[in-house]
Ligand binder design. Structure first.
Ligand code: UDP
Ligand code: MG
Length: 301
């Protein structure tokens, strides 16, 4: 089994992760290696990975030329992995290493995608929980898979990994794509642990952007929204047009300044929002057509 661990500014967690995962897997008699992907960290993460690799031949490392984000780091690690099955987990140990064992057993039973699902969401603010819930409701609708408890903690068989790696798109959402590829899938529950060292890389702003991006990656429903808004406005337009014409025919010159002002404001803003939505999709298409690599590797051990 190859375990992929994306790491961004996790200097204090590398040794902990090597220790904890190594302990669990060797106790269970599972053959393993670890691939840390240093996602352009600014601290000593790479040095720690380098040292760990010198000490322990289970440990390998890939270093990015800059920060490309967790999605890219996961893909890079998975692309380097040569195990018959590949696990992906956070290196801050919020995904408990012990869970790798039941996941591995499921794999031996013949499952090809084993999803880690959150039994509890760990310590998060009310606002965070509520927004996560609405994001996952939308995502579940868009992907057709229940994502409410989904996480990036997974174990995948070689075949599922190869299918995942064959996807050509620039923007990926690992959490959903692992179920999108299909194959015999099952779940293993785990409790999200507290982060031991370092801090979460997610600010509220970053999360909102991430949520919007992923929804648009998977669904064109926001564009349909534009069509719906257009349809509703057309109905109003017809009603108002008839009313105006009737009043004109009766020689009643239209007052209705208020109506005119409101209509201009409302239609104007809806048109601008619509253009924004379409623009965002264009941006995605633009990103995809540039065919840039998803990440650039600078060092490997
Ligand atoms: N991570 C990464 N690149 C980034 C941000 C995060 O590789 O740009 C890694 C990070 O090192 C960790 C995992 O992704 O192993 C999850 O990040 P974090 O713990 O900050 O997220 P949270 O657990 O708070 O959702
Ligand atoms: Mg974390």
């Amino acid at each position: 089994m190859t375990v992929v661990l994306p790491a961004y500014n996790e200097q204090d967690n590398i040794d902990r992760a090597v220790g904890a995962i190594g302990q669990v897997l060797s106790d269970a008699g599972i053959n393993y290696d670890l691939i840390f992907v240093d996602d352009g960290s600014r601290d000593l993460t790479w040095k720690r990975i380098d040292e760990a690799a010198a000490r322990d031949n289970h440990v390998h490392g890939v270093s990015f030329s800059r920060n490309f984000g967790k999605e890219a780091a996961v893909l890079a690690g998975v692309a380097q992995a040569d195990g018959d099955c590949v696990a992906v987990m956070d290196c801050d140990l919020q995904h408990p290493a012990e869970t790798l064992v039941p996941m591995y057993q499921k794999w031996q039973e013949g499952y090809e995608v084993i999803e880690g699902v959150k039994k509890s969401r760990g310590d998060e603010s009310k606002f965070h929980k509520a927004s996560a819930r609405s994001f996952y409701t939308i995502m579940s609708k868009a992907t057709g898979v229940d994502m409410s408890r989904a996480s990036d903690f997974k174990l995948m068989d070689r075949r599922a990994v190869d299918a995942l790696l064959s996807l050509p798109e620039y923007h990926t959402f690992f959490r959903a794509l692992s179920s999108w590829v299909g194959f015999a899938t099952t779940e293993v529950e785990f409790d999200v642990a507290e982060r031991v060292a370092g801090e979460s890389k997610w600010s509220t702003g970053k999360l909102i952007k991430y949520a919007i991006n992923n929804i648009m990656e998977f669904s064109s429903a926001p564009m349909q929204l534009v069509t719906w808004a257009g349809g509703i406005f057309f109905v109003f337009a017809v009603i108002l047009a008839i009313q105006t014409l009737v009043r004109y025919a009766m020689g009643d010159s239209a007052g209705g300044f208020t109506t005119v002002i409101l209509l201009i404001l409302i239609t104007g803003s809806i048109i601008m929002i619509a253009l924004g939505i379409i623009g965002t999709y264009l941006e995605k298409i633009y990103d995809e057509t540039k065919r840039r690599p998803r990440y650039i590797v600078s060092k490997k051990i």
